[in-house]
Design a protein around this ligand. Sequence first.
Ligand code: ADP
Ligand code: MG
Length: 548
Amino acid sequence: MAGQQYSQPMYINPNKQRSSGRDALSMNINAAKAVANVVRSTLGPKGMDKMLVNSVGDIILTNDGATILDEMDIEHPTAKMIVEVSSTQDNVAGDGTTSAVVITGELMDKAEEMVHKGVHPTIIAKGYKMAAYKAQEILENYAITTTKGDREVLEKIAKTSITGKASESYGDYLPKICVDAVTAIEDNGEVNVEGNILITQEVGGKASDTELISGIMLNKGRLHSNMPKKIQNAKIALVNAPIEVEKTHIDSKVQISSPDEMSACTDREESQLKEMAESVISSGADAIFCSKGLDDRAVHYLQKNGIFAARRVGSSEMKSLSHATGARLVQDVNELEETDLGTAGLVEQEGEFDNTKTYIKGCPNKIVTIIIHGGTEHVTDNIERAIDDALKVIKAVVEDGKIVPGGGASEIEVALGLRDYAVSIGGRQQLAISAFADAVESIPKSLATNAGFDSIDSLLELRTKHSSIENAGINLNTGETIDMYKSNIVDPLRVKTQAIKSASEAAVMVLRIDDVLRSQKQSMPDVKPEHNVNTYEGMTPPQMPGRR
Ligand code: ADP
Ligand code: MG
């Protein structure tokens, strides 16, 4: 039973740490709460930032929930499950990562209280599932359906997402750029942000210089001044391997005893490189982009044949080039064929020396590039994370056409609805459903706390004014309760439904664990490597929750 201390049964490897029943539950609850507590203070436009320093001293300054948890290198298995909540949220909805984790932590906190009061975790889990289901329904009914592609709405959505992340000083131009980008690549109501929008950073200049261009821009140019600077209707080859003579992986010595042998050796290399260049030439390519090195001797043959070549092109750029031009990413240049080539209306280099750029435009598939400018790399990184979220929320609204008022309004609606529902259910599950309502309310509470207001006062006012003021949420500048929709603070419905879904699923999963068996680290001092087995024969290894 819960709370009972188990002695280690004989058949379990003594090198395993075991916690069971109430111990396991409280350990897991604490881990989930700890993760939520890390990100809680970053929630909302007034949230604080975290400074993350990795093992090589690189610094990340961010208030993006998913990034913080990703960079924290969390080891605790349950905490890892909570981190997964944020990555799922990021993948499905693109925003709301902090909210999802905060709600999860709060659900665990409430569960702990109920367990102390004698409610069995299974009852709590059932109540949470019912509440999550009901919450989806409440949100669906509360959502406002927008005209698909309504620019004004999309800009509001993008702005709320960006101000939740980066500073409000980015004003209206970043949301506008994001909406332009998404509408430029939208295809029959579908938006492929990863495939069709390329983001590059240029440190220097102001954030307001951030721009959107159609096509792809690479921060590099041709490898030889004799290569063409501008090609119209270009056939494009993409090579994902070095166009160089392969070096041996082990230290080897070639003994050369005469000048003839020396020249034979270089001749062999030369002919190999020539063969590679010939393969490009005979494919009919006008331009080649290589993701790895490209030997100068091969460059020589390519320029002689009027072919444009660029090397060490980044992997995301290679993918975008492939997507846009229709070219196949070839793994061996000797196998390049005409059918592997893609096309572009224009390949053009601008600038010289350090300031060279290549534009690839007029591709068969729509593609745009957002070029981020900013004073330092931290600024551009932050803008990139904000843009990344904004693009995904715009995508969500373009695809679903549904939004909800932000600033805690939708959470209050859910909480009030759930409390009514709890009464109608009765019994012990009523407790769990009401607790779920409290947990969802942690969002407006945290928004208010982070803006320096009293969370209890703000919450009480929100609840009481919910019926008199439509879409009542918190104005984080004044602490007043205002109509969020009229104030243009709106979130996609998908962000809110997903946050509740992933938070409740994670909470239910954690509540159902009553045994944790943890293998000792491999470096146990008295365990010889060959005997360092973690399970005895016939026992399947315990499945630790989480990814690994
Ligand atoms: P998340 O990672 O959960 O998206 P954010 O830090 O981006 O966390 O905060 C999102 C929350 O902030 C949402 O609930 C959103 O409605 C709210 N929000 C954003 N801008 C404002 C604003 N200007 N006033 C009030 N609430 C806002
Ligand atoms: Mg956000």
